[in-house]
Design a protein around this ligand. Structure first.
Ligand SMILES: *[C@@H]1O[C@H](CO)[C@@H](O)[C@H](O)[C@H]1NC(C)=O
Length: 235
């Protein structure tokens, strides 16, 4: 009987229930949340941080070193295998995005091929996406494209959310507000480079951290991460 109730409850789970939620309050489970540093790992570190948190007492801290091999990420492969994917994280960056290209979220993307990633980071001092296989950016890094995105505030917790639609679309929110330059829908006139490919991302993991292709270093804290099939929001 109990088992039947449990099964029924599972079947009746609301769509909004997150696939993954993690606030690191019970520590850093390195099996569920492994580090990720493809090809090389020189200098970047990941640690549980009990000195700052968005909620509770702990967050995960990524200290990213300069150069590609200074990269380090921590994340999960537990992502919805089909349908829309929504990711929400609270994050705190210690330094502003510069003109140099960096990534703070990387996602292995089998649609692009082996060892290729859909990446979220910065360039031209604003938030942007980068598709590793053809190096396309969203938005286009023209003056108008740059103006259509946003800088990432430093030193305080920010709610960063994005959607990877099953149809290949992307939408992004910072503290609940959509970022006009970081959507692929027709309202974005600065998505020409991105949309010249019809590739639909097929991600197999989401990893939070730091990777810089110049010399930039940074420290990011991540907390209250949620990965789900519907939008989770900031609260
Ligand atoms: C397109 O994206 C923007 C920014 O995310 C959003 O405000 C707008 O409602 C979207 N438009 C459509 C037609 O989906």
């Amino acid at each position: 009987m109990l088992r039947q109730i449990a099964l029924f409850a599972l079947a009746a789970l609301p769509g909004s229930l997150a696939q993954v939620t993690e606030g690191f309050e019970n520590g850093w489970d390195q099996t569920a949340w492994p580090t990720y540093a493809l090809d090389c790992s020189q200098g970047g570190t990941v640690a549980l941080d009990t000195s700052t948190a968005h909620s509770g007492k702990a967050s995960i801290k990524v200290t990213g070193a300069g150069g590609y091999c200074g990269h380090i990420f921590v994340g999960t492969t537990k992502v919805p295998s089909s349908g829309d994917i929504y990711v929400r994280t609270w994050l705190k960056a210690s330094k502003a995005l510069t003109d140099s290209h960096v990534s703070f979220i990387t996602m292995p993307d089998s649609a692009q091929g082996a060892k290729k990633h859909l990446r979220i980071g910065g360039q031209s001092k604003i938030l942007m996406y980068n598709r590793e296989s053809d190096d396309a950016t969203l938005p286009d890094l023209s003056p108008n494209g740059i103006a259509a995105s946003k800088a990432l505030p430093t030193g305080s917790w920010q709610c960063f959310e994005y959607k990877l639609g099953a149809d290949g679309s992307i939408d992004t929110w910072l503290n609940g507000e959509a970022i006009a330059g970081l959507t692929t829908n027709s309202s974005n006139t600065n998505a020409a480079q991105w949309t010249r490919s019809s590739l639909k991302p097929k991600i197999t993991g989401v990893y939070f951290g730091w990777e810089s292709y110049g010399g930039d270093t940074n420290t990011f804290n991540y907390d209250d991460i949620a990965i789900a099939s519907t939008r989770v929001g900031c609260t």
